[in-house]
Design a protein around this ligand. Sequence first.
Ligand code: NOJ
Length: 567
Amino acid sequence: MQVLLRVCHVLVLALCVSATEDFDWTRNEKGSFYYGTFPTGFSWGAGSSAYQTEGAWDKDGKGMSIWDAFSHKKGKIYLNDTGDSSCDGYYTVKEDIRLMKDMKLNHYRFSISWPRIMPKGIKSDQINEKGIQYYDNLISMLLENQITPIVTLYHWDLPQVLEEKYGGWQNSSMINFFNDYANLCFERFGSRVKYWITFNNPWSIAVEGYETGEHAPGLKLKGTGAYKAAHNIIKAHAKVWHTYDTQWRSKQKGMVGISLSGDWGEPVDITNQRDIEAADRYMQFYLGWFATPLFNGDYPQVMKDYVGRKSAQQGLGSSRLPTFNPQEKSYIRGTCDFLGIGHFTTRYITQKNYPSIRGNSYFTDRDLAELVDPQWPDPGSEWLYSVPWGFRRLLNFVKSQYGNPMIYVTENGVSEKMVCTDLCDEWRMQYFKDYINEMLKAVNDGVNVKGYTAWSLLDKFEWDEGYSERFGLYYVDFRSKNKPRYPKASVQYYKRIISSNGFPNQREIESWKRKATETCTSSNQLLAADPLTSHMEMVTEIVVPTVCTLCILICAIFLMFLLKGRF
Ligand code: NOJ
């Protein structure tokens, strides 16, 4: 009977039927807002990544990345969109820095495109000075404007040749190639860059790139691909950290970290031990998969147990989860000067058995099911529910599991659907307000958060979703040739949070949303007039010259006839 009741309970959640009566959602301190400010020196920023914003995919000697190749294949990206030109950020450094300056950002997080500076992926093969020049200029301009660059070395755009020749992150030779690339970046930019992030969200690289194939390079190596990729990525991270530590740290005095993505997993029933353990497994297979080796030297015990047991049941001679030898363990342990956290949403987790005979995959290895509360707001991306309290729990989890490391929140934000051209993004203001407030509570809990990065500065290419999900503080009009940027109301709102370094008092904060909404109405009008502007651009740039050329031609022909008639 008890089992039956429990199954019903889970079904109710899964079917997204309101469950308020038999489940107390309010236990999560939903309503409480905390007024207060962040410690002095707290760093406020916004972020982007190379493939998502730069465009100029084949300009000035850039080589092809796995994302160029993937997005050029039909059927991989929503509406077959590509990042070929995206926001054209490659050409708009000055303008974009003006937007950051206007918000008074303390830092800007961007990524370097590996194939833009090493078109063939390998240092000895070719260095593209024009690509280096681009990042050089970006870094200099940021510093001139007192904006600290936080630089990601790998935000998913592996040089395509490395995928073709070696199988990308399936192959351990990537470790040395990546180290050479990182070393070049330290050499060329390290005198001015003090915050390095080796990898952005390795979970996605491994799972979506090599297990489900939704992302480049699109491989579906179920049950092995993700583990193998992750293993090489962790080793590559450690190697780069050691390179920095031994060759550059004393001169450059910077830090090397990694940016891990972590959704929070909350047990469906906090009184049920099986749910509690399932939620912990969710966390260990997600954030812990990467964080535990970097902080403690090995994969989480529960991952080793589960993947090991399932592999044995499948008749395999060894676990599908690779192992680190003792030297590797001590080499990898302690290679994180700061931990970047990308956080967007939360899931409820319950225990669910997946018999190993039915094939294997990273997902079924975990023996759990993910659920959502139908009442959670879901303004944009299908997967992104706004659950602010999960953020505080995640930050506290990091504190307790990994010895309270220095944390930079490297991504946090919310999207909206493509069809939405409303710049008065009320839901985003609410999301930022609530999530940043939960981060403030976490800081008061003693979590060592040093900075926050709103994701993202601009609307941009959202991977397999193309341009259909907009995360930007600034709206980008992708239909227009010059890709103009328009501030959403959240720009004004975020600006207030930054200038107050938090949430000083109730009276002031209540006016923020109203004031932000006042300004966005005029931006909405500008945006609405944009089709007209584009139309006028077309008239002046295409129609007028064509008509003029035609007129000249007709006149010339007419003249010829006239002259022929005479002679
Ligand atoms: C995490 C990725 O790092 C980023 O590139 C992406 O835009 C966000 N998730 C939102 O999906």
